[in-house]
Ligand binder design. Sequence first.
Ligand SMILES: C[C@H](O)[C@H](O)[C@H]1CNC2=NC(N)=NC(=O)C2=N1
Length: 119
Amino acid sequence: MAETELADRECEACTGDEDPLEGQELIDLYEELDRDVWEVVDEHHLEGTYEFEDFRDALEFTKEVGELAEEEWHHPDIHLSWGEVVIEMWTHKIDGLLEADFVMAARMDRIYEEYEPEE
Ligand SMILES: C[C@H](O)[C@H](O)[C@H]1CNC2=NC(N)=NC(=O)C2=N1
């Protein structure tokens, strides 16, 4: 049976004693994200950069991401500028990356589909 798409998986709450993902585990999950948006930084966090037409769209996207973070109780760092939102996503409790971080990133990619500027 095909694996559940990343954005449809549960954000498993972390207990705090998991080991951070590394190596091939990270690569396999990363390949399911929008690589025009995301990069894995130092095997520690995900950094994503989203472009928008203006500040209003960037702000509305930020609000949706904020609501998602509250629902999932898994919170990114968000830098909001005119026409751009930069996200940093990692699991603070273990100071590294777990699947939940990739699930959140995939959910953000899905939210972004409604804002993507015309080519
Ligand atoms: C107390 C602790 O901050 C909470 O359990 C949650 C809140 N949101 C969180 N968000 C992120 N990114 N990492 C965490 O470890 C985390 N922990």
